[in-house]
Design a protein around this ligand. Structure first.
Ligand code: GLP
Length: 263
């Protein structure tokens, strides 16, 4: 696992954008790269940077496919806080992504259990995801895999913890409007991506980042599953890195990256 500690959230956004852009531009002829996109606040600066590069530097997402990590259950289709609507608003409608090339679990399906199984199947057919972008919850969740999630879980319905509902209440009119259930890619599903790219900023994430990177591999910290992955990168600002014991080594490694050594 590589840990990149950068001075500011904007620097993190640029590095995350670099990795995603490299996947899109480095494609071989006839190959359609597949990105794993995340919602929440953490990826927003990276998405703004990608939109800037699209507008000013001609970065094109034409032909790229994307899968979202998760979705709320029970919001009506088109609800502004459904993750399908969020990703459109934050990224895909501002670049040349074809809307039908962006897939997400169907949280408004009559049977969410079936919708979860179908999404897992579409991920198997459409994968592997080249780069899966991830944020991290204050309790160490990735996607909506709350603590206790099996490290080899697949896409399924989960019940949110009250902490996660409170954390996400800022996006809804009233706290009670935050759905209780979600469909999320499992930790095993996420781990099938070729590259896991987790980003976190701010002091509120410091404990979760330290547990994920340096704590034990445990279902109690779902993000610790990155420790099992052959290609995982964690991009954090100084505040989110504050509780990392090996921070000096990570900084040293970054300073001494070989020329052209990618993340
Ligand atoms: C939500 C999302 C996660 C996200 C997490 C952190 O629960 N399902 O994918 O990583 O929150 O959110 P934020 O980036 O807004 O702090």
């Amino acid at each position: 696992m590589e840990v990149a500690i950068l001075p500011t959230p904007a620097d993190c956004g640029r590095v995350v954008a670099d990795v995603l852009a490299a996947t899109v531009t480095g494609r071989s002829a006839g190959h359609r790269p597949t990105l794993g996109l995340a919602t929440g606040s953490s990826p927003v600066l990276a998405y703004r940077e990608l939109i800037r590069r699209h507008r000013e530097e001609g970065l094109s997402f034409a032909g790229v496919r994307a899968f979202l990590l998760d979705e709320y259950v029970g919001l009506p289709p088109g609800h502004p806080e459904s993750y399908r609507a969020v990703i459109r608003r934050e990224l895909t409608s501002s670049v040349d992504f074809v809307d039908s090339d962006v897939d997400a679990p169907d949280g408004s399906a009559p049977d969410p259990l079936v919708a979860a199984r179908e999404y897992e199947e579409r991920l198997r057919q459409g994968g592997p995801v080249a780069v899966q972008l991830l944020g991290i919850g204050a309790n160490g969740h990735i996607g909506f895999n709350e603590p206790g999630s099996s490290l080899s879980s697949v896409t399924r319905v989960k019940t949110l913890t009250e902490q996660t509902r409170r954390d996400n209440a800022r996006f809804f009119e009233r706290p009670e409007d935050v759905p209780r259930h979600v469909i999320t890619q499992g930790l095993g599903t996420i781990s099938r991506a070729q590259h896991l790219l987790l980003t976190a900023t701010g002091a509120r994430k410091a404990a979760a980042v330290a547990a994920a990177v340096e704590g034990p591999l445990t279902a109690s910290c779902p993000a610790s599953v990155l420790q099992l992955h052959p290609h995982a990168t964690v991009v954090v600002d100084e505040a989110a890195a504050a509780m990392l014991e090996r921070a000096d080594y990570y900084r040293y490694t970054l300073q001494h990256k070989l020329p052209h050594q990618p993340y």
